[in-house]
Design a protein around this ligand. Sequence first.
Ligand code: KIV
Length: 271
Amino acid sequence: MSVHSNVKKVTTHVLQEMKNAGEKITMLTGYDYTMARIIDTAGIDVILVGDSASNVMAGHETTLPITLDQMIYHASSVVRGVNRALVVVDMPFGSYQGNSKEALSSAIRIMKESGGHAVKLEGGQEILESVSRILTAGIPVMGHLGLTPQSIYKFGTYVVRAREEDEADRLIEDVKALEAAGCFAIVLEKIPADLAARVAKEVTVPIIGIGAGGGVDGQVLVVHDMLGINNEFNPRFLRKYHNLFQEMLSSFHLYIEDVRSGDFPNEGESY
Ligand code: KIV
């Protein structure tokens, strides 16, 4: 019997209960075993294996280059580090937009090969057929609207979305369509706080915000950003809980100094 068998796992139903009870949902990204283990031990509700791995792990400028195989690699590493949290895996660009059959086979690969618990797709009514087909296979789907980084070349910039009435109306329609299709939660990225709060009130599906203010049902941040490992990204919505870039830099400087001076290793550190 597993030593962890009495831990109450977070499921999609738990997230719905949390919204119904007015409890905030916590979510962070994770891409590897070690970090996932720490985040899960802290008691996070959801770990998102985000395609932001393309930026923070692989150093690409956008999320577009990451492949399905690479997402499965990251997700399976995260799953091995998690005991309690719900693990949601981003479907990468090109793995679901073509047609719904391809979307379903990509989602099945993610679930079978990584052991993740759910998938996330960017978009609204234009990907509804894919969302519905994945759901019919019993795979839980999280939606993602507002600023959707896989469409960055269409938007042209990372500025706040849905400030204009027509885009806000379209976003509300998309949220309702994803909710009706059966998504278990929806991420809203970088939209005005009052619009996000209004949406979260109008629908029963849990709404998780990033740059969408405090009136939603939960929050998500990219773990490298909130730890300050990434010192080049400083948007207004980001709260940095650490300056790990500087802390790590100091440690690396000390190590280099110690090795060069012959101070490391000392007798106690030798056999
Ligand atoms: O890939 C990602 O990290 C995300 C979050 C920003 C929501 O989609």
